[in-house]
Write a protein that binds this ligand. Structure first.
Ligand SMILES: Cc1ncc(COP(=O)(O)O)c(N)n1
Length: 246
């Protein structure tokens, strides 16, 4: 089965991150991508700009995509503000799909991509919503101080499940050196620690969080369970980091 995945994300024209990276990951996983830009962005070495999408166009694009057939999964990347969030949610009403929510509010270089607050993200919780914060985003969502250990990540993943997310993947790629590297998945009352080796990341290979969430959406859309879907998505990102290709 070819999953049809809606990608709601910011357009970054080079495809290092954002919508084009998402499309590449979904296609590489054997899915069909429906790409709806929530914002236009420019992210160069000296240039940075974000312009939010018009809510009317966003609603029309999601509605039109649904007229052509069902969506099996939705990946939420950058959502620049509350009006784009509310509009996309309303246009997705009654869609029978997994949602993968990447709560990305700034770029890896620290530039603001979104005005959403932790409260906006917590309001997206639901039984078929998988949220994929990194350590910093998990602390931000929970209003806690920085998380520095695998145990902290585990506890945060469980706490976010308690807030109503069907599954939570806390990405531990930025754990301190001595801690090794581990992602933590919590769902259905279980917590799984997935260890890995730290890979050197060439600076141009960005958008790992975008690719992880999109590959995950393709897998969930195909009917793969959360744990196997996360393992497949992690392999996808490892391959991308090694080769620079999806
Ligand atoms: C449109 C868009 N979406 C997501 C990211 C995060 O990616 P990264 O963490 O590599 O900066 C980004 N920089 N731009």
């Amino acid at each position: 089965m070819r999953p049809r995945v809606l990608l709601l994300a910011g357009l970054e024209p080079t495809g290092r991150a954002g919508l084009l990276a998402d499309v590449a990951a979904v296609r590489a996983r054997g899915g069909d991508a429906v790409a709806v830009p929530t914002a236009q962005t420019a992210q160069g070495s000296h240039t940075f700009a974000v312009v939010p999408a018009s809510p009317r166009m966003l609603a029309a694009q999601v509605t039109a995509a649904r007229e052509w057939g069902p969506l099996h999964a939705v990946k939420w990347g950058v959502v620049p503000g509350p009006s784009q969030l509310a509009t996309a949610r309303a246009a997705l009403k009654d869609a029978d799909a997994w949602w993968v929510v990447d709560p990305v509010v700034r770029s890896s270089r620290g530039q603001a991509l979104s005005r959403l607050t932790a409260r906006h993200y917590l309001a997206l919780a639901g039984p078929r919503v998988l949220v994929t914060p990194n350590l910093e985003e998990a602390a931000w969502l929970l209003g806690r101080p920085a998380l520095g250990t695998v145990e902290d990540a585990q506890e945060a993943a469980e706490a976010l499940c308690q807030r109503g997310f069907g599954a939570v993947l806390v990405k531990g790629g930025h754990l301190p050196e001595g801690q090794g590297l581990a992602d933590v998945l919590a769902y259905a009352g279980r917590t799984v620690v997935m260890r890995g080796r730290r890979l050197k990341r060439p600076p141009e290979r960005r958008g790992t969080g975008c690719r992880l969430a999109s590959a995950l959406a393709a897998e969930l859309g195909r009917g793969t369970g959360p744990e196997a879907a996360v393992r497949a998505a992690r392999e996808h990102v490892t391959g991308y980091l090694r080769t620079g290709r999806d």
